[in-house]
Structures are given as structure tokens and as C-alpha cells.
Write a protein that binds this ligand. Sequence first.
Ligand code: PLP
Length: 400
Amino acid sequence: DSRIAARVRRIKPSPSSAAADRANELRRQGRDIVNLVVGEPDFDTPAHIRQAACAAIERGETRYTMSAGTPALRQAICDKLLRENGLAYKPNEVVVTCGAKHAIFNALSATLEPGDEVIIPAPYWVSYPDMVLACDGTPVVVACDEDDGFRLTAAVLQAAITPRTRWLLLNSPTNPTGAAYSAADLRALADVLLRHPQVLLMTDDIYEHIRFDGEALPHIVAIAPQLRERSVVINGVSKTYAMTGWRIGYAAGPADLIGAMETLQSQSTSNACTISQAAALAALQGDHSFLKGFVAVYRERRDRALAMINDIPGLSCRTPGGAFYLFVNCSGLIGRTTPAGQRLDTDVDVILYLLDAEGVAMIPGSSYGVAPYFRMSIATAVETIEEGCKRIGRAVAALA
Ligand code: PLP
């Protein structure tokens, strides 16, 4: 007998928060920790965005806005979606939320009936399955092969669809693998979805601008406009503009779905922070030239980390096309023995060994639905990344 609801007992705290807490706790105890857990840009929010927030406060923009967000911001989001993604939406088809995470949660909450299935390609962002569970849905995790670049293929999608499938959740570039879907990949997935009209499509585009190769990514809804009436596009300002703490995300989609999300929001959080909305407006409308600099720094770190990791016997990592993580295959370490005589049976063992032996904090692949891997964040100074890789190499060399 619990006084906590079953839907909450089904879920667990985010493993990334747990790993970050563990690293911080060890640091407080005086351990020398290299933290490669964090999933947020280490840059400051650009100055023109910070100034827009200060100006909003001074103008007295400190009251409630419409639950779905200010008309100006919703219009700016429509402009952005047209300009960058080739998608036409009207302001009543857009809702501003407290981060992209909140947009995903509200979309699921507004649509899932008990037993409805949500297809989640793995490796997945840690929050997806738990959000589905919290909304009484059933996560259907489908493994994506490393040999397929960790991308969902049409055949795997087709095999996962049942009459109970309500959503496909698609994230590109992907956290944690950095996999980015090409136009051909998306066309093939769209063709499967077009044969199954009961399936809604949610695209999580939060990393769209953190891309290392080629031009902007095509959007699946622009490739297959017939999907528009059953798609919800999720995005936000956290990663692109180094604005994780401001908590602004958004969803765009058909008016009935967006309206339901708005109703839910009007009876829960109300509007996202008014001041943050003013900042997000400045972000979307302002100069984007800083982005080139951010991405160049991420790319330099990616290249450095990739070279060092792939130099360590027993570890291997594909080149991520976007986002700011390496997803490292550590199958070569499984079955090896630590200097203390412990056998490494799982990627959790590997992670705990690296933390214990060398103070390097990361997240095991099993938290993302596949093993044995670990995720290493590169959203930190290149010196920190180099130190982390050096320590990982030392710890691996000490294994029998
Ligand atoms: N989607 C993915 C794939 C993420 O990795 C994250 C953050 O880690 C989010 C969404 C959440 O973004 P926000 O800060 O806008 O809630």
C-alpha cells in the first residue's frame, strides 16, 4: 500500500541527474572528479539575449501571458519553422512550454490512453520511456544497430507498429549517439508511417543546430507534408542558444493537438516564464552568427575526444554527426578484471570502475536502452575532455 500514485511509482529519477549528483557529491568529499556527465552547453547565453530579458523586466513584462505564450513569440516560432525547416504553421498551432521536455510530456499526456504504445528508438534520450510511463502509455523500445549508424530503419519501424501504436518519437540529431537522419532515411520512415494512419509522429529537434557535417537537416514533415496533420514538432532554445536554465521550449502541430496541450498547460503550469519568453523572442529574431563559433568549438572537442577514445584498445566510437556527446562502445572491456580483482560484467561496472579508479564521471549506455556503451559529454572545456580521456586510457591499461 503506497500513498504514491502507481504512475509515479512506475518511473525513476533521470539517470543523468543521478550521475551528476554522484559526481558532485564525490567532489564535495574532496575527490578530483572529471565530470563528463553534463548535457548542457558550457557557454553563457549570448549577451543580446540576456539584455532582452533585462529590458523586458524594466518594461514591466513581469505578469502572466496567455497560457500558450505571447503572440509575438508564437509568431516568431512560426517564422523560424518556415525559415529554417520549411514548415508553415499559424500561431494557434504553436504552444510555448517550460522547456522542450515539458512540450513532450504535455503532448504525451494530452493523447495517451492506458496501453497506448509509443515507439522509442534506442539508444534514446533517458526521459522518453519514463515520460510515456508517467502518462499511462507503454514504451515500445526498438533497438537501432550501431551498424545502421544507430538510426531507426524502415524495416525496424514497420515491425514495431501494432494497432495500439499511438506515437513514434524521433530525435535527430540524437542524444546520446549524435546520429543524424538524412533525407533518404526520413523518406523511408515517412513511407512506413503513411501506411499506418493511426500513428502520430513526434519529432524532437532540440539539437538541430548542433551539427558538424553538411547543411541544415531536412525535416521529415517537410519531406512528407501528408504527415503534417498527425505530427507534433518539438523544439526549444536550450541547446542552440545556451539557454538551458531559461526553460523555454515549444510544440507546433495541428490545432486540436496543440489546443489540448494548451488546455492541459492552462490547468497546470500556466504560461512559461514571461521574462524567458522575451529572451527567447530575442534569440529567435536576433543575430545567429555566434552559432558558428559554438559549433566550431563543439567540433574541435568532438574531434579531439574521438581521436583519443579510438586510440584506447577495447573502446571504439562512431563519429557523431551532431549533438554534443560521444557514445562509446566498451564491449572490449567486458570480461576484463580490475586491479582490485573485480570482473567487469556490464557497462555499469565499467562506469563505476572509471569513476572509482580515476574519478571520471559518465553515464552507462544501459541508461539509454543499449549496452555495453557509455556516454561522454563534450559540452565542456577541451582540457577537461583531454584529462578525462587520459584517465580513461590509464584505467583501461590497468585492466587484466
Ligand atoms: N530532448 C532531448 C533529446 C534532450 O537531450 C533534452 C535535454 O537534455 C531535451 C529534449 C530537453 O530540453 P529542454 O531543456 O528544452 O527541456
